[in-house]
Design a binder for this molecule. Structure first.
Ligand code: CA
Length: 236
């Protein structure tokens, strides 16, 4: 599953160069050339990161960053500012607005990719290759093995990816579309109800010691992977 990066930059040659570099490095690049377009594109499924130019028509990148960081749905999307100014005052303004890092123009593709990877690592502490553990459930993405308290699980490839996604994104509700995008990938056409089928299979595969209750249906919203029982969270 490739990570989606929104490139907000009004200078077409720079924007296209960045997108090209991103795609070459396995990212899925989407583009916006001003604040309005950027706001249009910050929709579900949300980008994994935003590269944001400092000077844009109709406002500064910082004002957009501020707006995104104030919204509960977008505040966790990391933002890297692209700036021609390396001025300390400006950086302070950006960091106050919640910007995660800076890349000063001109930059090399290598530097840009390194910064992006560093920010992604920082915000999502579990790398895609790390073994994950959750209440007796253990999943090793490299060896492609999963187990509950040492007893290995029989999982299909989709259930495996679904479980991995859930274990690295606990306590948050994901819509079927978000799950499709994250687990199946953006370019594949699958019906929403396919998600339900695989959720049922996953529940079955991890049942036995009660772990199936972690996969919770949130009516009208989607699914959540949580160790808190639904009844308890409904009361609190
Ligand atoms: Ca600009």
């Amino acid at each position: 599953m490739s990570r989606k990066i929104l490139v907000v930059e009004d200078e077409a040659p720079i924007r296209e160069m960045i997108s090209f570099v991103l795609e070459q490095n396995g990212f899925n690049a989407i583009e916006a050339n001003d604040i309005e377009q950027a706001l249009d594109k910050v929709q579900e499924p949300y980008p994994d990161l935003i590269l944001l130019d400092w000077m844009l028509p109709g406002g500064t990148g910082v004002s957009l960053a501020k707006k995104l960081k104030q919204n509960e749905y977008t505040r966790n999307i990391p933002v890297i500012m692209l700036t021609a100014r390396s001025d300390e005052d400006d950086k302070v303004k950006g960091f106050e607005a919640g910007v995660d890092d800076y890349v000063t123009k001109p930059f090399s593709p290598k530097e840009l990719i390194a910064r992006i990877k560093a920010v992604i690592r920082r915000v999502s502490p579990t790398s895609l290759e790390e073994e994950v553990e959750f209440h007796g459930l253990k999943l090793d993405p490299v060896a492609h093995r999963a187990a509950i308290n040492g007893n290995s699980l029989e999982l299909g490839p989709t259930e495996f990816r679904l479980l991995h996604f859930f274990m690295t994104h606990t306590e948050r509700v994901y819509s079927r579309e978000q799950l499709l995008d994250n687990v199946w990938g953006t370019n594949i056409y699958v019906e929403d109800r396919t998600v339900d089928v695989h959720i049922r299979r996953l529940r079955k595969a991890i049942s036995g010691e009660g772990h199936e209750e972690f996969v919770q249906t949130v009516r009208g919203a989607g699914y959540r992977f949580s160790s808190k029982l639904k009844k308890q969270s409904a009361l609190s």
